[in-house]
Design a protein around this ligand. Structure first.
Ligand SMILES: *Cc1c(COP(=O)(O)O)cnc(C)c1O
Length: 402
């Protein structure tokens, strides 16, 4: 059995700064080199197949492994307390790497019924074309996962907190249920980051991040990563990295590594700002409902306190006529950008209408739709609270909302 524990002797801020990095042995350069070379000169012949790779192989070709990307992999593995990590070109490349390399025709996948739109569409529309059966359940209750398990269930896919409702999944409880049935647990932990939650320590097998969000943190580089056991990551590197080919660019790895160094400090500030904004919105006359794991009004606040060391910077809120308000905010906001994406130093806001979301991504019906509407109403604003002064963000919303 693989044991996943972060190096507890070292603080998380030290790990974020130094994890995976070391001064260059030749030049002594203190910050990581950006190695853009696609190929590497060697003084002996080597095998031409990815299956010849072993732990001691030097660098050969950058799709197989790149020195800059490898330093990022090591830093992310250290932050999550995992044995290994493989970085990809985007969060979706990381998610599809896990789904396609581990599932085969005849397998059954249990996935959260609301999650990142790209993942929702991939599991609903693409996996069934490969005869992979998918059950979509509300993973905020572990009993729903238990009820959906079958003999063919190979994997449970979670996202916590989930986009856009900030619904949580009890990772420890669900991992126990899934493992008893012989299924793997993969979790998209993008909203939480390793500062809030370490899913491997709670029993998950694979952690997925969109590095484009908090870990990169500055809105200037796409990237994704999977963290897990050493053997699993070596297999994922061969199958998905080398053979599917969606590897991260060394330049993006370099930018994201620079961002990751300040992740603990930024998450502290994101959380601090989000708490101020969540309370401001809760008191605002035009706001009907605020969803933020750090508020006592969040339906799973107790689980949030247990499972998250930081409540992160993502808030969802409802107003009376959301669509009209979205048009108003898009024109009038002066500091907060009306834009998709999240986890950047700049605050971002975007309207997610329930009708449009059901048509394009979630397609929930009956009780599942009722349960979504109970949280989201006709739609939600998703606010990613950046690193600006919280008082300025409140003033910006105040003047724009009217
Ligand atoms: C953005 C996001 C993704 C996809 O990541 P990309 O880097 O845009 O491909 C996946 N999951 C979550 C939760 C996200 O927010």
């Amino acid at each position: 059995m693989t044991r996943h524990t972060r190096n507890d002797a070292q603080g998380i801020r030290t790990t974020a700064v130094h994890g995976g990095e070391a001064p260059d042995p030749v030049t002594g350069a203190s910050s990581p080199n950006l190695v853009m070379s696609t190929t590497f000169a060697s003084d002996e012949p080597a095998g031409f197949s990815a299956h010849n790779l072993d732990g001691d192989s030097g660098f050969l070709y950058s799709r197989w492994g790149n020195p800059t990307a490898r330093q990022l992999d090591r830093k992310l593995a250290a932050l999550e307390g995992g044995e290994g990590c493989v970085s990809f070109a985007s969060g979706m490349a990381a998610s599809s790497a896990v789904l396609f390399s581990l599932l085969k025709s005849g397998d059954h996948l249990i996935a959260a019924d609301t999650n990142y739109a790209g993942t929702a569409e991939l599991v609903r529309d693409t996996l069934p074309r490969f005869q992979i059966e998918v059950s979509l359940v509300d993973t905020s209750d572990p009993a729903n996962v238990a009820n959906a398990l079958r003999a063919e269930t190979k994997m449970v896919w979670l996202e916590s907190p989930a986009n856009p409702t900030l619904r949580l999944a009890d990772i420890a409880a669900i991992s126990k249920i899934a493992h008893q049935a012989g299924a793997l647990v993969a979790i998209d932990s993008t909203f939480a980051t390793p500062i809030a939650t370490r899913p491997l320590e709670l029993g998950a097998d694979y952690v997925i991040h969109s590095l484009t969000k908090y870990i990169g943190g500055h809105g200037d580089a796409l990237g994704g990563a999977v963290i897990g056991g050493a053997q699993a990551m070596a297999a994922l590197n061969v199958e998905a990295g080398i053979h599917y080919g969606g590897v991260i660019s060394p330049f993006n790895a370099w930018l994201i590594m620079r961002g990751a160094a300040t992740l603990p400090l930024r998450m502290k500030a994101h959380e601090e700002g989000a708490l101020v904004l969540a309370k401001f919105l809760e008191d605002h006359a035009k706001v009907k409902r605020v969803l933020y794991p750090g508020l006592v009004s969040h339906p799973q606040h107790a689980l949030a306190k247990r499972q998250m060391d930081n409540f992160s910077g993502m808030i969802a809120f409802q107003v009376a006529d959301g669509e009209a308000m979205a048009r108003r905010l898009a024109k009038r906001l002066e500091i907060i950008h009306h834009a998709v994406s999240l986890g950047h130093h700049r605050s971002l806001i975007f309207w997610i209408g329930t009708g449009a979301m059901m048509e394009s991504s979630f397609r929930l019906e009956g009780a599942a739709l009722d349960s979504y509407r109970a949280l989201a109403g006709d739609g939600l604003f998703r606010l990613s609270v950046g690193l600006e002064d919280p008082a300025d963000l409140c003033r910006d919303l105040e003047q724009a909302m009217g």
